[in-house]
Design a binder for this molecule. Structure first.
Ligand SMILES: *Cc1c(COP(=O)(O)O)cnc(C)c1O
Length: 392
């Protein structure tokens, strides 16, 4: 990658607010036609003007593609990082990160309510290559300290976490990681950079499943890494090309388009979630509501400190156990029964049997009576009515 395509960090966009960057960073008008939206460069290779004479530095689309570059510049600006990298999926981004950071014998601390696919990547894939991991409650700084070994190279954090909406103090763990010579990795999928900026809080790497809030319309699978350290950025870019799980041009374009409305969508997701949480709190069939916006949530104060608002993910437990929870999911009409999250449409799911079935019996098992909502941006009144009828 030539330097002209290396994304500048916050300095390069100084003074501009998030909403402006979301729309403009990376989105320069097409030099050929003036098109205000970056075209989908659906192309694999580029004509050279004489051997080695690249126009604009592009030679092969695994290495770099202009639509992907636009997205990568945008990602870097939104997270306040020096470099953004776009991948075919969130897990592809994680895989690239792990194989860049880790060697056989290294140790990683992962959260006790990690995304199921992240846990599977550690337990079934990376562990076969001699990387060790231990599971800790990352919401408890002392527990993370206790899990450190001489070999710990990374502390992995998801905040808010999935599906229990646990909160981890990013700044506190950045200090712990620094002291241990380990990298702090924050999966920022649930918050999005609009609500939370881990690099500014001291994290070394931000991970995204862009499939969720970044894309925002349930029409694309993608992943991202954003970093500040120039050496780590170079290493990751090297591995991104060497491993090859890049975001395709159309997928990159869809995410870039989705990001333009990220700020307004996240505001609405948070507002609707707050209304729903209020209703659930007073509903006789609901035994517990998990939402970092609730004052009684154990991570509330930290969430209030490190997040702009509390996001669109809500989990709750119902009386009657697993069967009752499954029934509520099946009765929902406007809330679509489905996995994934972060789209404009509201989703409902039963983590125990759906997204988190693969962690049954492990340290990451979730309560059987738990229901997870991805609250969309429809009318809050319609969403409330649907949940009330589903709860019966
Ligand atoms: C979905 C998700 C991932 C994995 O991303 P994919 O795009 O599905 O590969 C990782 N972390 C979190 C928190 C997620 O929700």
């Amino acid at each position: 990658m030539s330097d002209e395509r290396t994304t500048e960090g916050p300095g390069g966009h100084s003074g501009q607010s998030f909403e402006t960057l979301a729309i403009h960073a990376g989105n320069t008008a097409d030099p050929l036609t003036g098109a205000v939206v970056p075209p989908i460069y659906q192309v694999s290779t580029y004509k050279q003007d004489g051997v080695g004479g690249l126009r604009g530095g592009y030679e092969y689309s695994r290495s770099a593609n202009p639509t992907r570059t636009a997205l990568e510049e945008n990602l870097a600006a939104l997270e306040g990082g020096r470099r953004g990298l776009a991948f075919a999926s969130g897990l592809a981004a994680e895989d690239c990160l792990l194989r860049t950071l880790l060697s056989p014998g290294d140790h990683v601390i992962i959260p006790n309510d990690a995304y199921g696919g992240t846990f599977r990547l550690f337990a079934k894939v990376v562990s076969r290559w001699g990387v060790e991991f231990s599971v800790a409650d990352t919401g408890d700084v002392a527990a993370v300290r206790a899990a450190l070994t001489e070999k710990t190279k990374a502390i992995w954090v998801e905040t808010p976490s999935n599906p229990l909406l646990g909160i981890t103090d990013i700044a506190a763990l950045a200090t712990v990681a620094q002291g241990a010579g380990a990298k702090l990795v924050v999966d920022n999928t649930f918050a999005s950079p609009y609500l939370q900026q881990p690099l500014a809080l001291g994290a070394d790497v931000v991970v995204h499943s862009m499939t969720k809030y970044m894309g925002g319309h349930s029409d694309v699978v993608g992943g991202a890494l954003v970093v500040n350290d120039p050496d780590l950025a170079e290493e990751l870019a090297y591995h991104q090309n060497a491993m090859g799980a890049v975001a395709g041009p159309f997928d990159a374009w869809l995410v870039l388009r989705g990001i333009k409305t990220l700020a307004v969508r996240m505001d609405r997701h948070s507002e609707n979630a707050t209304r729903i949480v209020e209703m659930l709190k007073s509903h006789p069939r609901v035994t517990r509501v998990l939402y970092p916006g609730l004052p009684e949530h154990p991570g509330h104060e930290i969430a209030a400190k490190q997040m702009k608002s509390f996001g669109g993910m809500v989990s709750f437990q119902v009386e009657g156990g697993e069967e009752a929870a499954v029934e509520v999911c099946n009765r929902a009409r406007l809330f679509t029964l489905g996995e994934s999250l972060g789209g404009v449409e509201s989703l409902i799911e039963h983590p125990g049997r759906m997204t988190h079935a693969s962690v049954a019996g492990s340290a990451l098992e979730v309560p059987a009576d738990l229901i997870r909502l991805s609250v969309g941006i429809e009318s809050a009144d319609d969403l409330l009515a649907d949940l009330r009828q589903a709860l019966g």
